[in-house]
Structure formats: structure tokens, C-alpha cells
Write a protein that binds this ligand. Structure first.
Ligand code: FES
Ligand code: FES
Length: 181
């Protein structure tokens, strides 16, 4: 016969979940107030709470670059930062780029136009991240050659392998010096 000890009823209260926080995000020039759990990533805030689904979720682990957005002009992976950490910052997604062309008029960003002109995508899933990353890379000002572009864009994976045309598209906007033969 097997004797099993009867567990005494627990007197512990289950841990209570942290309260939702009011988070104010400025996205594409519009300030929005959201009620978010404190662990909500910026990526989930954009996609699930603001319905800005242009920013894509690939790996959700900082490995693919599909979620790249601009924060104060710098590119970041939106899956690796909490929304609550981005209060007070200017967040730009692919939807916001489309409204700010080089002349301040409505229309495509030159990088967006270049991706179309150079056929720099196939399925398009990585494209918003590629474009935001390219804009951030140009803001950084370190890329001069096609090799630089390849290196500095290496955090953005394209499963369709559209890399050649992506580099051509970015180069056409940057107009860097041709590579030494
Ligand atoms: S979804 Fe953020 S890097 Fe892949
Ligand atoms: S165009 Fe399909 S993953 Fe890049």
C-alpha cells in the first residue's frame, strides 16, 4: 500500500500581476496614450495596440531585423526594447516614412521609391525593416561603398535573398563613390 501525504492547504496568496501602465508614445509624429503591461515590447505595442502592422515580427529575438524602426532617427529592433522605455522619444515606422519625403511633401521616402525602382524585394516581409534600417544607416553616415552597405545592413535578413537589389537600391540613393576595381 502506498501512503501519500495530503498537502496542507496553502495560505499563500497567488502573486498579483503588476498593474497596467499608461504609456505615452509618439509614433510618426502623433502622441498616443496606451494602457500596457510593463513587459510589452515596442514591437507588440506598435502592431497589437496601435495596429501599425507595417513593422514585422520575424524572430522576436533581435536576430532578423524585420522589426527595425527609427527612434530619434536611430535604427533599433523594436522587439528588443520595451514600449515603456520609449516614452518621450520620436518613433518612426515604415508608415511614417511614407509621409515624409525629402522635400517634406507627402509621398514615398526616396529609399522606398528606390526599393520599388530596383525591385529590391520578393515576398516583402523583410522590406519595412530593410527600408527603416537603410534610412538609419544613412543617418549614421558611415557607409561609403557597396561593401559598407552589405556590412552595415547585415542585421537585416532577407530570406528571399534579394540582397543584390537591396544594395543597388540603397546605393542609388546614397550615390556613394564607386568601389575600387
Ligand atoms: S523580430 Fe526583431 S529582430 Fe527579428
Ligand atoms: S523579400 Fe522576402 S524576406 Fe526579404
Amino acid at each position: 500500500m502506498t501512503l501519500t501525504a495530503k498537502a496542507a492547504p496553502s495560505t499563500k496568496q497567488p502573486p498579483s500581476l503588476p498593474a497596467m501602465h499608461t504609456v505615452k508614445l509618439t509614433v510618426n509624429g502623433i502622441e498616443t496614450e496606451l494602457q500596457l503591461a510593463p513587459w510589452t515590447s515596442l514591437l507588440d505595442a506598435l502592431r497589437e495596440y496601435m495596429h501599425l502592422t507595417g513593422t514585422k515580427k520575424g524572430c522576436d529575438h533581435g536576430q532578423c531585423g524585420a522589426c527595425t524602426v527609427l527612434v530619434n532617427g536611430k535604427r533599433i529592433n523594436a522587439c528588443l526594447t520595451l514600449a515603456i522605455m520609449q516614452e518621450g522619444n520620436e518613433i518612426t515606422t515604415i508608415e511614417g516614412l511614407a509621409r515624409k519625403d525629402a522635400d517634406g511633401k507627402d509621398g514615398l521616402h526616396p529609399i522606398q521609391q528606390a526599393f520599388m525602382d530596383h525591385d529590391a524585394f520578393q515576398c516583402g516581409y523583410c522590406t519595412p525593416g530593410q527600408i527603416c534600417s537603410a534610412v538609419g544607416m544613412m543617418n549614421e553616415g558611415h557607409a561609403r561603398t557597396a561593401d559598407d552597405i552589405r556590412e552595415l545592413m547585415s542585421g537585416n535578413i532577407c530570406r528571399c535573398g534579394a540582397y543584390t537589389n537591396i544594395v543597388d537600391a540603397i546605393q542609388s540613393v546614397m550615390n556613394p563613390q564607386p568601389d575600387a576595381a
